[in-house]
Write a protein that binds this ligand. Structure first.
Ligand code: ADP
Ligand code: MG
Ligand code: MG
Length: 325
């Protein structure tokens, strides 16, 4: 129960799509478990379409048929791939959902993570090109032009699913909720007392619970991409999971994390990865050119840069960091 508003907060969590999920709904009475079941079931269904690790998923079918045949997919997957290609175009391939061969090669986040050889990297790079993902709108098919190509939707899938969860919660008649899908945070409406939600921005050098500051948001999504999320250490060097599809190595540009504030979480998810690869200067300029999107950049030296819309909603709480004008 929320002491200030007397509203009941019902929360449930789960572990799905390889990530920790927590949903909290504010209501005048406890939310029945069946409503949460419906949401978790929907996430399951989506995972079955999208996971590279499930051999029967639509994405696996597309990958298996690379260089062979177009694969008919559901409208969700078609739309998601279409969006992925769009961010490839925006970043001239800095963001590329055909990055599968490189992601598999590094194996970051899995047991077998290791630094590949130069020739393995070149081989993987030769398969990556979002322009070789061919979509047929009429037939709703996806065709990877070259054999050995593979899609990896890891950089946008969670945001897309978070948006769908928000829609489901609203369809269930709730006006006030907060969704956390593996660090993709999505707020529904505002708190019952009309206050904005306070969302902590993760301290990239700290533990899970450590933050650099607080964002006040309503009806918004905040998604972060950072070097801390998944990485391994070899010979004393850290390798993180945001890869540069041109060099084949983790992107090293002095950024520790990028957080994107946007209405749609899928946009935030795509942009957090895209802008991370773009780097501070190009990324900052690009986000400023967009309507209703803002970004916070946390650098290795502890400086934080926020685009204009963050000035009124972000407050720094951690004195290991300093907010630049
Ligand atoms: P997280 O999955 O930790 O939330 P991101 O949303 O930034 O982080 O997505 C990172 C994932 O996206 C990687 O684990 C990999 O699967 C994929 N990926 C890595 N580099 C790129 C890139 N340059 N373009 C598109 N996808 C990428
Ligand atoms: Mg992302
Ligand atoms: Mg993400």
């Amino acid at each position: 129960k929320d002491s200030k508003t007397n509203r009941v907060i019902t929360s449930q969590d789960s572990f799905q799509i390889g990530t920790y999920i927590k949903i909290s709904i504010y209501s005048d009475k406890e939310v029945p478990a069946i409503q949460f079941d419906r949401i978790f079931e929907e996430i399951d269904q989506f995972e079955k379409l999208i996971s590279k690790n499930i051999t029967t998923s639509e994405v696996s079918m597309i990958n298996e048929n690379a260089g062979k045949a177009p694969v008919k997919v559901s409208s969700d997957i078609f739309e998601l791939i279409q969006m992925g290609i769009q961010y490839g175009e925006i970043s001239s391939g800095g963001f590329d959902i055909s990055i599968g061969p490189l992601v598999d090669l590094w194996g970051i986040g899995s047991e077998g993570a290791h630094v590949p050889t130069e020739s393995e990297i070149q081989e993987a790079l030769s398969k990556i090109d979002y322009r070789n993902i061919l979509l047929n709108e009429t037939d709703q098919t996806v065709f990877l032009k070259e054999e050995g190509m593979s899609l990896d939707l890891g950089a946008i899938a969670k945001g897309y699913i978070a948006d769908q969860v928000k829609t489901l919660i609203q369809e269930e008649g709730h006006q006030s909720a907060i969704i956390n899908l593996g660090g993709n945070v999505l707020t529904v409406g505002h708190k019952p007392n009309s206050e904005a939600w306070s969302i902590g921005v993760r301290d990239p050098k700290g533990e899970n619970k450590d933050i650099v500051g607080i964002l006040k948001l309503q009806d918004n999504s905040i998604v972060s991409s950072g070097t801390y999320e998944r990485f391994f250490v070899e010979d004393g060097k850290r390798y993180h999971h945001i890869l540069n599809p041109k060099t084949g190595y983790p992107e090293e540009n002095h950024l520790q994390s990028v957080s994107i504030i946007s209405e749609k979480s899928v946009v935030g998810d795509a942009l957090s990865t895209t802008v991370f690869v773009m780097g501070l200067q190009a990324g900052y300029a690009y986000v400023e050119s967009l309507d209703q999107v803002d970004a916070l950049f946390i650098m290795e030296d502890g400086s934080i840069y926020g685009t204009s819309g963050t000035k009124s909603v972000f407050s720094l709480t951690n004195n290991n960091y300093n907010l630049k004008e």
